[in-house]
Design a protein around this ligand. Structure first.
Ligand code: AMP
Length: 512
């Protein structure tokens, strides 16, 4: 089934329901949203020769046209290639070339420098600025009535990995993958109300965008904050006005939101659900978030290769403070979502019993079709029917999965594995520490030694001797950092993930 089918149904059922909003301003109702999509779909074919299965790229900031273009691409039976808007035009051009996109949509100022790069990468210079006369002309093209038929395994979304190592890879997500992901939200995360407002404060090219489908199916509101990004004050104000807001947020965003709520005395009124994931949420942070804002949080663990759908930790479990092992559960990423099987395996693929640590494997309806035109990487990642996630974790008897780290981030010192996350969790308990990231660095005797980068809380001074004593009280001696670097901020990507590769480069520079 074509992903645009759900939009067509909502437009028929509730044509006058508000659909696309910028802040509190309604830009289109569902009838208008569907109409714009049908015309743009026509324009894609007429002007750019986009046929079913062709790719069209989006190198855009969050804005309502992003959603219109998503659905226009799907309506025409084509494949959307959303690109992280913070990438350098050169990196974007590489992705557009790799995907062989027939056209790329950019912001008014986003075409600068991209044209000639496109010529080299993909042999054309079709970068259309949203709002330009070319774009407006597309809106006047003849509408495509019904969505072009699409089947379960047909591609719908090429999701380029953030590529912290090597070139990004295009994760092939099919209609079936995205439908499975969307339906499992209702089972594993939350129901969705027609009165709800999906707030896109995180980039639409990633998790926040993947989470649009349920809200289209239900005919709920889609809201782009006026700032186009993540601003704590704006989110809290919008939530109060719009009410029943749900949003996806990376852990760093949750922390910023909580800081803001604390400083203004807000309890997050109007925020129905904040789904957090995409990176480690430290127990101290989520405990504080629930204490300040109440039971509004649900955790998910996923990756582009199994989008938003590996495990979930539901709201009641995030808020529970009575179960004898509530804290352990809160430190976990929850249990397998409905549409996938999740296992922990050793290097040979042997499934390990509960309590043993190994690589996390996933199998099921949400798992990608493979990497775009990259059979070697596909063969490495999809083996014997399982997706090898590259994440290391352990499952308990009740199915709760706790992530240790990315396998490449595990530190091996004196032949023993040290999981940076455990050290980070311990350091975050110290009253002077705001943020921390732990990596390994080569050591002649030990193989690797533990190095911590720490950011102080405002008004606090970090004393490394105090941190060392603190670690001795909380974790095994051999796990504690041998070196501390106090820094102003940690390097992060656009999705709020700490870039450990960059920290490793800092270390090389620090050593001279
Ligand atoms: P991406 O494909 O860019 O979304 O990155 C996915 C990776 O982010 C996963 O393989 C995990 O390493 C990490 N990740 C996602 N969700 C969580 C979570 N809830 N807790 C910890 N790490 C996570």
């Amino acid at each position: 089934m074509n992903l645009s089918e759900w939009l067509m149904r909502s437009a028929t059922r509730s044509p006058l329901a508000p659909a696309l909003l910028t802040g509190t301003h309604v830009a289109a109702d569902y009838a208008g949203f569907a109409r714009r999509v049908m015309h743009l779909a026509g324009g894609l074919g007429d002007r750019f020769g986009v046929s079913p299965g062709d790719r069209a790229a989006l190198f855009l900031a969050n804005r309502v046209e992003y959603l219109e273009l998503f659905y226009a691409i799907w309506h025409a039976g084509a494949v959307a290639v959303p690109i992280n808007q913070k990438l350098h035009p050169r990196e974007a051009a590489w992705i557009i070339g790799d995907a062989e996109a027939k056209v790329v949509f950019v912001d008014e100022d986003g075409a600068d420098g991209l044209g000639p790069l496109l010529k080299d990468a993909v042999g054309h210079e079709r970068a259309v600025a949203v709002g330009s006369s070319d774009f407006e002309a597309l809106r006047r093209c003849e509408a495509v009535g019904a969505p072009v038929p699409r089947y379960r395994d047909d591609l719908a979304w090429l999701f380029y990995t953030s590529g912290t190592t090597g070139k990004p890879k295009g994760v092939m997500l099919s209609n079936g993958n995205l439908h499975a992901m969307a339906l499992s939200y209702f089972v594993d995360v939350n129901d969705v109300l027609p009165t709800e407002a999906a707030l896109y404060a995180a980039p639409l090219s990633h998790g926040a965008g993947l989470y649009n489908f349920m809200h289209v199916l239900r005919g709920s509101r889609h809201v782009i904050p006026e700032s186009g990004g993540f601003d704590g004050a704006e989110i809290l104000a919008l939530a109060e006005t719009l009410d029943s807001v749900s949003m996806f947020a990376a852990p760093t965003m949750v922390r910023r939101l909580v800081e803001h709520a604390k400083s203004t005395g807000s309890d997050g009124k109007g925020l129905r659900t904040i789904v957090y994931g995409g990176g480690p949420m430290y127990v101290a942070d989520i405990e504080e978030a629930v204490a300040v804002m109440g039971p509004r949080f649900v955790q998910i663990y996923g990756q582009g290769e199994s989008p938003m759908t590996i495990t979930a930790l539901q709201r009641d479990l995030v808020a529970d403070r009575t179960h004898p092992r509530w804290r352990e559960r809160l430190a976990s990423v929850g249990r397998a979502q409905a549409v996938v099987e999740v296992q922990v395996a050793d290097e040979s693929g042997r499934i390990l019993p509960p309590g043993e640590t190994g690589e996390i494997l996933v199998r099921g309806e949400a798992v990608m079709q493979g990497y775009w035109r990259n059979p070697e990487a596909t063969a490495k990642t999809l083996r014997d029917g399982w997706l090898w996630t590259g994440d290391v974790g352990v499952m308990d008897e009740e199915g709760f999965l706790t992530l240790k780290d990315r396998s490449k981030d595990v530190i091996i010192s004196g032949g023993t594995n040290i999981y940076p996350r455990e050290v980070e969790e311990a350091l975050l308990l110290h009253e002077t520490v705001a943020e921390v990231s732990v990596i390994g660095r080569p050591h002649a005797d030990w193989g690797e030694e533990v190095v911590a980068f720490v950011v102080a809380k405002p008004g606090c001074v970090i004393e490394t001797s105090a941190l060392d004593r603190h670690c001795l009280d909380h974790i095994a001696r051999f796990k504690r950092p041998k070196i501390y670097h106090v820094v102003e901020a940690l390097p992060k990507n656009n999705y709020g993930k700490v870039l450990k590769t960059e920290l490793r480069e800092w270390l090389v520079k620090l050593r001279g």
